[in-house]
Ligand binder design. Structure first.
Ligand code: DQA
Length: 152
């Protein structure tokens, strides 16, 4: 059973529904479902209860962030391209007020200049990029520590 303060929402934004059709050199060739299965396993090992969400609609993403404080205790966010320009999503994440880690499969710092900009700067505990799915495991461990569930 889910105990208090261990719910982590894992939020994917635009184009993650077609992750397995995107450049495997950048994104690894996994489907979103495969990535989410790994994330679920890692979360449970850490004592976290994962809640998974993906949408291609910016409005739906914002609406989900509005409900987030009732749904989760922490968040892992990979907002895809919205990361680089959606002030609306950043504002909604700020209002949600949950401990959040930003994750990117690819190394956004080593790609085009516009990808180096993140609207989540200053709002997140950490930004992890370029580590593929392993970055999600790191992010979950950081969130578990933040929630007082895990020392490692
Ligand atoms: C991404 C990086 C973004 O720049 C890009 O728009 C994505 C995926 C990543 O996980 O590497 O959609 O967030």
């Amino acid at each position: 059973m889910t105990t208090a303060h261990n719910r982590v929402a894992v939020l994917h934004g635009v184009n993650f529904d077609i992750l397995d059709r995107r450049d495997p050199a950048l994104y690894g060739g996994l489907s979103l479902n495969e990535l989410e299965m790994r994330v679920k396993g890692w979360a449970r090992e850490l004592g976290l209860a994962p809640i998974l969400f993906q949408t291609n609609s910016e409005g739906e993403f914002v609406g989900y962030l509005h409900r987030l404080p009732e749904l989760a205790d922490a968040a892992l966010v990979n907002a895809g391209a919205w990361t680089h320009y959606s002030r609306a999503i950043a504002d909604a994440l700020e209002v949600a007020g949950l401990p959040t880690v930003e994750v990117h499969l690819s190394d956004v710092e080593a790609r085009e200049d516009w990808r180096k900009v993140s609207v989540f700067d200053g709002l997140v505990l950490a930004k992890i990029s370029g580590k593929g799915p392993e970055g999600y495991r790191e992010a979950l461990a950081a969130l578990a520590r933040e929630l007082g569930l895990h020392d490692g």
